[in-house]
Design a protein. Structure first.
Length: 678
């Protein structure tokens, strides 16, 4: 085999600037410095400037050889060498430098005249004082190069600065691929991050617990990219876009990462805010650059997180017109996803929790063909999510022992929690166990973690008067009593009068997970919300500001019953809720003034009926209320078994449905927490 000779071609690492770009960078800096020095610098630094007091002494002693006034701006003075030697104390500071910049007895010195008439007048005064005439020569000097720079330098400087900023913008938005002038800034391609699914992404569908329906649809897209013939043989076409919609923390971004790990194809990830910059036209160019790169890597997936940052409906918020930067970016995105620009085998995967504000043109079929709603997990999915986040935790997993961590129990105690909330609970439980110097994480640590996340940190240092403490005890006892006595209200889990966060007291309940809700269920919830204030009025004969949160929630619930759900006999089966959020017809209030009065009357009626019913229940069970409030005042924390001991079991609950008495706090959905505020 012949031995290969010669130097192999140098391969520059990805992301490093090419050598040519470094030379261009150096040339650019040199030109800028020359222009700035020529325009604002310059001057003859080899000539030493002198002050007037020193110059006047030279003139009075007649120790100068010559004086030349240049352009009536600067005077050049040559001092006699003998004078510098004869008066070292007088001219010592002038001997430090001469025309050559070295120490010596003679040199050329300059004086900035400023006002020529004033300078000539000062010379006349010295002449009268000494009786000797001071002669000087006037010269006019020109510097063609400097004059040229003064006239044309600013224009050239502006051109170079514009060139530099344009190159900077091109590098950021992907217009320049590494060579050319913009390469000196070191920005490569578009700002989208490309992932190699086999090396860089370790997340797979095994790491995504729950979301069974969403995973099934997304896995079909991944399978399409892996085996396109399986679908195209039947005439099917690859979907152009998949939009993941759902509340925050439900796992939309995690699902997209799992797609990157499973697809085995290039995966471009970018945030919606990365498209919008201060430079005009950058967003649209960045969109073009992203799709150009994606087409070269086809088949591939483009993921745009928080797409509402760039995909908001056009013309909203008073901003209209084709020159708006965000609208230009959106128009370019619409064109790339559909239109004359083909995106064959490029799937756009996007995520948002604000689908109501997206532009209708972006949402139509042909752009985002599929919209996958990622919901909050149900009890079985929460159990699976707990299993995922407990993998690396050291748990007390010995069943039957005290403190055994039961995932089924934790899943029941966390309704309404998202995947991110559950991850936070697991992390906080580990921190709680470490804070107590435990070797294993037990059930109590998880319950304390949920307590802290939902209710906030306990503030036992907050000082309350005895009267305030009694008021809070009766307030929370009223909530707990009415919730226990009503059929459709959520049963109590824990009640405390220890201040937590902003609340002076709080009660947690275990809501029933429902897909639909009836009027009776919502009315019972309103009644339990108003029970705190009703208890204060019954016992003390006065009310306090502590029921602010309760009244607010009850009022909003009544407004929803009347205006959204059509559950008011006076207003009728009419809903004023706009599910699109577009407010297409521009109505600020989609009902008349008469209807508004009817709505206000119905909302007030519902709230007052709930308040009256709460008072009626508490009056009929006054003895139990007093006993519960007394125990709460003394113990500060009560649990379900305490309430059951006073009121007895709830008659409509089956024996197997009654939860096992807990010896620690069990929290539910934060939205179901009733608290008394400061």
């Amino acid at each position: 085999m012949a031995k290969q000779t010669g130097r192999p071609p140098q391969m520059s690492p990805q992301g490093k600037k090419p050598k040519g770009a470094k030379w261009l960078y150096t040339i650019y800096i040199v030109i800028m410095l020359v222009l700035l020095f020529g325009m604002f610098g310059g001057g003859e630094s080899s000539k030493v400037p002198v002050e007037w007091d020193k110059l006047s002494q030279v003139l009075e002693r007649h120790d100068y050889e010559s004086i030349t006034v240049i352009n009536q701006e600067v005077a050049e003075i040559r001092i006699k060498a003998d004078a510098l030697k004869a008066y070292p104390d007088l001219y010592g500071d002038l001997r430090t430098r001469n025309l050559t910049g070295k120490e010596g007895p003679a040199g050329m010195y300059t004086y900035n005249i400023g006002n020529y008439e004033h300078f000539d007048k000062e010379l006349s005064i010295i002449e009268e004082k000494t009786g000797e005439h001071i002669s000087y020569r006037i010269e006019t000097r020109t510097n063609a190069w400097r004059d040229l720079l003064v006239w044309f330098g600013p224009l050239l400087l502006m051109i170079l600065m514009f060139w530099g900023f344009s190159a900077f913008a091109r590098r950021q938005m992907g217009g320049d691929k590494g060579g050319g002038f913009g390469g000196m800034f070191g920005f490569g391609g578009s700002r989208a991050k490309q992932y190699d699914a086999t090396k860089q992404v370790n997340v797979t569908f095994k790491d995504v617990a729950g979301l069974a329906g969403a995973k099934e649809e997304v896995m079909e897209v991944v399978d399409f990219l892996k085996n396109p013939k399986h679908y195209t043989e039947l005439g099917g076409k690859i979907p152009k876009g998949v939009l993941l919609v759902g509340p925050p923390g439900t796992g939309k971004t995690l699902l997209a990462k799992a797609v990157a790990g499973e697809a085995g194809v290039p995966f471009f990830s970018m945030s919606g805010s990365d498209f919008v910059e201060m430079f005009v036209g950058v967003g649209a160019s960045r969109v073009r650059g992203l799709f150009e790169e994606a087409k070269k890597k086809s088949p591939c997936i483009v993921f745009i997180d928080e797409i509402d940052a760039v995909g908001r409906a056009r013309g909203r918020g008073g901003i209209t017109g084709g020159n708006d930067e965000r609208e230009n970016t959106l128009n370019q995105l619409l064109t790339e996803m559909d239109g004359f620009s083909s995106t064959t085998n490029v799937i756009v995967l996007a995520a948002t929790n604000r689908a109501d504000v997206l532009d209708k043109a972006l949402m139509r079929a042909g752009r985002f063909d599929r919209q996958i709603y990622v919901e909050l997990p149900d009890i079985e999915e929460r159990k699976a999510i707990f299993a995922v986040h407990m993998r690396n935790l050291k748990l007390n997993d010995k069943e039957g022992t005290e403190g055994f961590v039961d995932r089924d129990f934790l899943a029941k105690q966390t309704p309404g929690f998202s995947g991110a909330d559950i991850a936070n609970v697991c992390n906080e439980a580990a921190l709680c166990a470490a804070r107590k110097n435990k070797k294993l994480i037990d059930k109590q640590d998880f319950l304390d973690a949920v307590d802290r996340i939902v209710g906030g940190l306990e503030k036992r240092t907050k000082v309350l008067t005895e009267q305030e403490k009694r008021t809070i005890a009766y307030h929370e006892s009223g909530h707990a009593s009415v919730s226990w006595l009503l059929r459709w209200a959520n049963p109590l889990v824990k009640v405390t009068i220890v201040p937590r966060g902003k609340a002076l007291g709080a009660a947690w309940y275990l809501p029933e997970e429902r897909q639909i809700t009836t009027y009776e269920q919502m009315f019972d919830e309103m009644t339990s919300l108003m029970a705190g204030r009703a208890s204060e009025e019954i016992v003390f004969g006065r009310i306090s500001t502590g029921a602010l949160n309760d009244i607010e929630r009850a009022t909003k619930m009544a407004q929803a019953l009347v205006t959204y759900y059509g559950m008011s006999p006076e207003v009728g089966n009419i809903s004023f809720y706009d599910s699109t959020g577009q407010n297409e017809y521009g109505f600020t209030k989609p009902f008349s003034e008469k209807t508004a009065e009817t709505i206000d009357r119905e909302v007030r009626r519902m709230v007052e009926e709930a308040y009256s019913k709460a008072k009626e229940l508490l009056v009929s069970h006054r003895e139990q209320l007093d006993e519960l409030a007394t125990q709460l005042y003394e113990k500060e924390v009560l649990f379900r078994e305490d309430l059951e001991r006073i009121y007895g079991p709830r008659p409509w609950e089956q024996p197997e449905e009654i939860k096992e008495p807990s010896d620690a706090s069990e929290l539910s959905d934060p939205s179901e927490t009733k608290s008394i505020e400061a």
